[in-house]
Design a protein around this ligand. Structure first.
Ligand code: FAD
Ligand code: UDP
Length: 365
């Protein structure tokens, strides 16, 4: 056979695997169905601005090994994510912290903020939150839930907060300090020159075939390599034979505006239900850009159906059960390694995907 590994998908998982395998003297072929590498972290440079084509990506991690790993392939700037939440004409700092509570209630001390929250949830008696609504209410009280969480979350996921798993909201920090850093992680930044360059450096010296859908050329491609690393949708790989895994999809409306600064921040979330998009990204602010024009993207969540771009796995009980069945089959198969957000059907951040890829490499190579 011509290659040791056929790697399906040139996102972070596939690219990290390819780089590590090459280092160990393995011959790899990466096939990618899109016309560019990078998966969802892909950036396109437009008039000197790195445009995050599949949604805003901020790298953050607490894992020193992962931070050192990515720093081999890019220099990271000192961007710190501090989104603004806009509810009608009111603006609030995120994540939920003393600045948010001061604006919401006029309180100035942590004790006052905690007292308001306690008062708002006193009658609810939530001991172990069973869903996202209960989780959010028990953490931040009714006002913050109604204004900053409910509308945003129901637009984002297309379901009632009561039908969503609690863990989604636990991704966000909650602090009783005046600190607008969206992440608790020790390391954070945006790769200077964009994520595409980082991926290209990972793939240096590796053969890549773009516009090649593995599932359409399966027989021919399978004949080329001993092993397959698959980072596409696991249910699609098996012809949906044990059920269709659900996703949430997104649509981006991107435009260039003839002004230097449109919204004064990289990320503004629109938290009321009536506005159809969830956020507006102004890409230049990720790199402190001073270009004469600016590029913004409105992000519209949408229903996913077969054939659409899968963005967010919906890790509820039904879908997780279906996934487990595919996982069992995959473990029995042995020849194919599944990985990444789609291959393992997990709502993973970039650092977790890299960590997972490196773990697989240690075992496999
Ligand atoms: P992907 O990037 O999806 O790559 C999979 C690749 O496989 C794709 O290029 C696809 O085209 C290709 N492929 C699939 N099927 C086939 C096939 N049959 N044949 C050939 N090629 C195929 N993480 C963070 O850490 N910080 C953030 O701020 C952040 N923001 C995000 C915002 C959004 C809107 C989304 C959706 C995700 C965000 N993430 C963020 C998560 C991040 O995007 C993922 O962790 C990461 O991109 C996953 O990499 P991957 O290689 O697993 O998958
Ligand atoms: N969320 C919210 N209001 C906001 C931002 C986030 O209610 O202004 C909730 C929403 O349910 C979202 C979750 O918090 O799905 C996680 O937010 P995060 O920013 O991590 O979403 P992602 O970057 O994955 O899109």
């Amino acid at each position: 056979m011509k290659y040791d590994y056929l790697i399906v998908g040139s996102g972070l998982f596939g690219s990290v695997f390819a780089r590590e395998a090459k280092k160990k003297g393995k011959k790899c072929l990466v096939v990618e169905k899109r016309d560019h590498v990078g998966g969802n972290v892909y950036c396109e440079e437009i008039h000197g601005i790195q445009v995050h084509k599949y949604g805003a990506h901020i790298f953050h991690t607490s894992d020193r090994e992962i931070w050192q790993y990515v720093n081999q392939f890019a220099e990271f700037n000192n961007y710190v994510n501090s989104p603004i939440a806009r509810y009608k004409q009111e603006l609030y700092n995120l994540p939920f912290n003393m600045n948010t509570f001061n604006k919401m209630w006029g309180v100035t001390t942590p004790k006052e903020a905690q007292d308001v929250i306690m008062e708002q949830i006193a009658g609810l008696h939530i001991v172990r939150p069973a869903n996202l609504e209960e989780q959010a209410l028990s953490l931040v009280g009714r006002d913050v839930y109604e204004k900053l969480i409910k509308g945003y979350t129901e637009k984002q996921w297309g379901r009632e907060c009561r039908e969503l798993p609690a863990f989604i909201i636990r991704r966000l920090p909650l602090r009783f300090t005046y600190d607008n850093n969206y992440f608790n992680d020790r390391y954070q930044g945006i790769p200077v020159g964009g994520y595409t360059r980082l991926i290209e450096r990972l793939l240096e010296g590796v053969e890549v075939r773009l516009k090649t859908d593995y599932l359409r050329h399966r027989e021919e491609l399978d004949g080329l390599a001993e092993r397959v690393v698959y980072t596409g949708m696991i249910d699609q790989f098996y012809g949906y034979s044990m059920g269709v895994l659900e996703y949430r999809s997104l649509r981006f409306e991107t435009e260039e505006l003839k002004m230097e600064n449109y919204q004064g921040n990289a990320v503004v979330n629109y938290t009321e239900k009536e506005v159809p998009y969830t956020r507006i990204i102004e890409h230049k602010h990720f790199e402190f850009g001073k270009q004469p024009t600016t590029i913004i993207s409105r992000e519209y969540p949408s229903e996913w159906k077969k054939g659409d771009e899968p963005y967010y796995p919906i890790n509820d009980e039904r879908n997780d059960d279906i996934y487990e069945r595919y996982k069992k089959r995959a473990d029995e198969d042995g020849r194919v390694i599944f990985g990444g957000r789609l291959g393992s059907y997990r709502y993973y951040d970039m650092d977790k995907v890299i960590a997972e890829a490196l773990k697989v490499c240690r075992k496999e190579l």
